[in-house]
Design a protein around this ligand. Sequence first.
Ligand code: UD1
Length: 419
Amino acid sequence: MDKILVHGGHRLSGSVKISGSKNSALPILAATLLTRESCTISRVPDLSDIHYMLTILSELGCEVERASGMVQIKAEKIKTQAPYEIVRKMRASVCILGPLLGREHEATVSLPGGCVIGDRPIDLHLQGFEALGAAVRVSGGNVKILAPNLRGAMVSMRSKFGSTVLGTGNVMMAAVLADGTTVIDGAAEEPEVVDLANFLIAMGAKIEGAGTRKITIEGVKELHGAEHEVIPDRIEAGTFLVAGAISGTEVTVSRVTPAHLTAVTGPLSEAGFDIKPNGNQITIRPGTKRSALKLDTVPYPGFPTDMQAQMCALLATTEGISVVTENVFPQRFMHIAELKRMGASIDLQGSTAVIRGVSQLSGAPVMASDLRASAALVLAGLQADGVTEVNRVYHIDRGYESIDEKLNELGARIERVKT
Ligand code: UD1
């Protein structure tokens, strides 16, 4: 199992190219199951989660070809049952359910287990399929869904934590081939949902309202092959902006969509950093004074839960008292204990972290527990005195393309050690 050694205190500077979005690419790759014709997806990041999705698609019978960020998929003849051994490795595998139902009217997939950021149910996905006329049965750890007559309906995606991103995508993918009109109420507004809708529209689907709370889908008889470029990864971009912030230097993220990042750049400005968007780039520079923040994670267009851990690392080194409340995944605080091992002063009160900034963290062996928590530990290591040893880095490889190499190109000193 690889580990990463971060040698703290090196100045970062320069520009980093942001990869395609993992959270867009995963459902978009699954959506290629909706047609027998060939689809070409570009700017697909090289990540282990993407690798799992491509393996699932191959196992289902798709022809998959991959070359430097470009993936070609032809799902001419497919099976409807996904193998447990691969599905269990990635929760986002559930997004094959919608396309399998849409095209083949049946799907069997293992239920995703719990994960370290808490109980992650798929009840809203399943209720959505039921609203479209599907019969859902859970047995032997699998969910089996049959939908001989998939028909348009009113579907609600509202949960007490906001909407569901993959649930909205899943229902949209089933509804594009259903009979009649589906209206998704309380739809997730994330840019990744819009990106998926744009790909489906390029395949011949009729979808209106993606990016708003109400999406209307008029079912069509069949979809055709299409080409699509995945949007930039706003969470990777946000993570590199925080890398610049925490090391107190000027860093530019390029090939990004600044409009997708305002919920991250807003708080960074409020914390005293100078943020300059310029075309498809954003530059962050230290300002004259840094301030503590009050942050609440909420669904898009609010501050993203996927940036909470990284901001906690930054605020742990920002003078004053910051208060961070996690509203989307209330248990998503596994990084706090590890940051405390590095000298952070954080008091966890339910789903709120009260952070008293310290001037310097100190390097320590720490354990990555999930994707964004691992990124937060690497960021903390950039600021810390000495060496931070981040163990279980396979978490970080799920969602960041060559994060160590990209940070080293900016001037960090990070080693990857094979153990
Ligand atoms: C996606 C992202 C993940 C991000 C999350 C929230 C992908 C691959 N992953 O995950 O990085 O952190 O959005 O922005 O795109 N919920 C239910 N019932 C459901 C589904 C969800 O109650 O059926 C709850 C969840 O427990 C959570 C909230 O709704 O509290 C949001 O989860 P959801 O938007 O579904 O997250 P994902 O789509 O799985």
